[in-house]
Write a protein that binds this ligand. Sequence first.
Ligand code: IYR
Length: 334
Amino acid sequence: MLFSLSSGIQIAAIMVFTSIIFPFLASNLLSVVPLLLAVFLLNQKGFKSGLLRFKSGQAAFQWMLSTKGTNTSISSSFSGKKVEVKRKKEEVNKKEKKEEEEETQDEVVKPALGEVTHVPFNWPILSDEVLIQRSRQFYEDVNKRRTMRFYSERPVPRAVIDNLLRAAGTSPSGAHTEPWTYVVVADPDMKAAVRDIIEREEEINYTQRMGNKWTTDLAPLKTDWNKPYLTAAPYLVLLFKQTHGYMPNGEVKVHYYNEISCAISAGIFITAANQAGLVTLTSTPLNCGPALRSLLDRPDNEKLMMLMPVGFPAEGATVPNIARKPVEEFSVYI
Ligand code: IYR
């Protein structure tokens, strides 16, 4: 490319130009320094089709270098041809991309929820006094909740668990995808199998995986890998998050914020259990997910989030004597 005619003209022009703007080189006008400089400059990225892409003030210089005063005159050089080919390729790519986009736009994307009508919302507006009284009462009720690790074998009517699950199912969820599966284990053999998996893993967790810091932080709560509550409590409720779902036609259904949605649902579940007069424990058996998923025959898109035994506290049950932060400590009004 350096030896094409137009490039030759450009080299000469640059030699003249550099000699003008660097007068100390003037004496070397015909020497090798400006030539090397010109060759160097012409090989720089900025020299697209053998020319620098000068703007405004440099337009005259550009005109001086081109025989016709336009870029087209130099596009006959090899580098110019290369650029021309590249530009054409880019044009084709752009066209293809546009066609692809138009095609996907043509694909009819339907909302996973289908057609939804909107209906009037009726909500009683209560007086300030009633609002204050009810919110205070609810706080006092939920403040009685304690995480329970000691369970009685006293049975609980199944209808109660059904209602707790109904309450949990009222949780908000990403795009109303309701990405939760609650597996309720009441069968004694199944509870024993769950316990077996969890105790085996938890022993490894406590002795190897969790590390000194974690086990030390937990020490005041007196937890360990022995989990008698897993066979004592009348129900073990295992919450699986559905990482995604499926449409009736088999297409994948996106479950936005599935973990947050499940966490809110679990909060409602444990609050409902307490309101009903029962106790629970939000346990997250580390490393037990896959084994429990396969034991309970759950599909691949479901991941274990937590296990909650539900029942009555055992006689003589104890809880750690710990306090909750006052509201001023965990909230700010702006
Ligand atoms: N999953 C174990 C360990 C454990 C971890 C935390 I963080 C706790 O708040 C309590 C226990 C267990 O259930 O014993």
